[in-house]
Design a protein around this ligand. Structure first.
Ligand code: HEM
Length: 339
């Protein structure tokens, strides 16, 4: 994710197909549903006598997203939703390491980069933390390699995402980098998105009821396992999520460094300049969206009014578009369907 140019292109071309294929994502409906059921049990226990969840509930959402991504990228249940984790358990160390990485990457990237010249204490801790992640990924990747030796495979569909990448690339390093990227990018983004979606659902009762009605209609039997095709029928629920992204996009924008001089909207922009597409701004501009201040999921279902296809790009656009977007959508839909 922090690679650029040819190095980035080479890596992305190796993992993009298996990660983004709908048939890969479909395989994870049941595993993510199981993780989410455990999360719901966890939430039920965490409620206080008034039924309220703890203030630090966003931390718990991080645990859920880490558990989801561990299942996808490492073929394992990390155990992050277990209620009584000791501070020295591997799982607690993973949670702490993920938090440390997420909190400090921005500090290293955006503040004066002294670490480029001398190994500052924060840089040294960051590197040690990353080494912990590499070791963790290697452990589960070695287990997957062992499993593959005896696994009967008649088609690609018998393989998990990790197994597919291991088999097609024959180099465990590619699988390690993939797992690291998915874990490090796939926790904070989705957790923030889910906090925002749940908050909007909690404070917009009319729309919440419409969503609940749709979920009850499409999924009348809560004990029946979810299917990808049923989730696909949750049109209003998906429109609700898109509307949250439009108004309160989790990632406020994304940037590119121009590789050549270019002309954008009549402005000459020289090579090397960083340009930013501020999706949170464009998604709220009346030039591109009718009545942008109105929270209206229906706008994504009905063809009336202005809605420029590029106004809201929560997952970015182009060759670097979010690699985990199908998993992100799936995790969000499953959570909303189950909650
Ligand atoms: C709702 C949650 C998420 C949002 C809003 C989001 C948004 C984004 C955005 C805006 C980018 C940059 C795209 C660009 O520059 O055009 C990105 C990149 C990326 N995302 Fe996500 N993301 C989310 C969830 C996830 C998840 C769950 C994963 C992992 C399973 C993930 C993995 C990645 C990776 C690996 C990249 C880097 C892609 C590259 O540079 O080739 N994202 N994401």
């Amino acid at each position: 994710m922090i690679r650029h140019g040819e190095q980035w292109r080479r890596f992305r071309s190796k993992v993009q197909r298996p990660i983004l294929q709908p048939q890969t994502v479909k395989k994870y409906v049941a595993p993510i549903e199981m993780v989410t059921e455990d999360f719901i049990k966890y939430m039920e226990k965490a409620r206080d006598e008034n039924g309220d969840l703890p203030h630090e509930f966003d931390n718990d959402i991080h645990r859920w997203s880490l558990e989801c991504i561990g299942r996808v990228a490492l073929d394992t249940r990390l155990g992050c939703l277990s209620p009584d984790l000791t501070s020295d358990s591997e799982t607690q160390r993973i949670i702490d390491a993920a938090k440390f990485a997420l909190r400090n990457v921005a500090v290293l990237e955006l503040k004066a980069p002294y670490w480029r010249y001398i190994p500052t204490p924060l840089w040294t801790r960051y590197v040690n933390n990353m080494n912990f992640f590499v070791e963790l990924c290697s452990k589960y990747i070695n287990e997957a390699l062992e499993r593959l030796k005896t696994k009967k495979v008649t088609s690609e569909n018998d393989l998990s995402l990790l197994e597919r990448v291991l088999r097609s690339e024959g180099d465990p390093k590619i699988a390690t980098v993939m797992a690291l990227d998915l874990i490090l990018v796939g926790i904070d983004t989705i957790s923030m998105a889910v906090c925002s979606i749940l908050y909007q659902a909690a404070t917009r009762l009319k729309q919440q009821e419409k969503m609940a009605e749709e979920i009850r209609r499409v999924l009348p039997d809560p004990s029946k396992p979810l299917s990808y095709s049923d989730l696909d029928k949750l049109h209003y629920t998906k429109a609700f999520v898109r509307e949250v992204f439009r108004m309160y996009s989790t990632v406020i924008g994304n940037g590119r460094t121009l590789q050549e001089d270019d002309v954008i909207c009549g402005y000459h922009i020289p090579k090397g300049v960083q340009v930013v597409f501020p999706t949170i701004v464009t998604g709220n501009m009346s030039q591109f969206v009718s009545d942008p201040e109105e929270f209206k999921p229906e706008r994504w279902l009905e063809n009336d009014g202005r809605l420029h296809p590029f106004a809201s790009l929560p997952y970015g656009f182009g060759a670097r578009i979010c690699l985990g977007r199908r998993f992100a959508d799936l995790e969000i839909q499953i959570l909303l369907a189950k909650v």
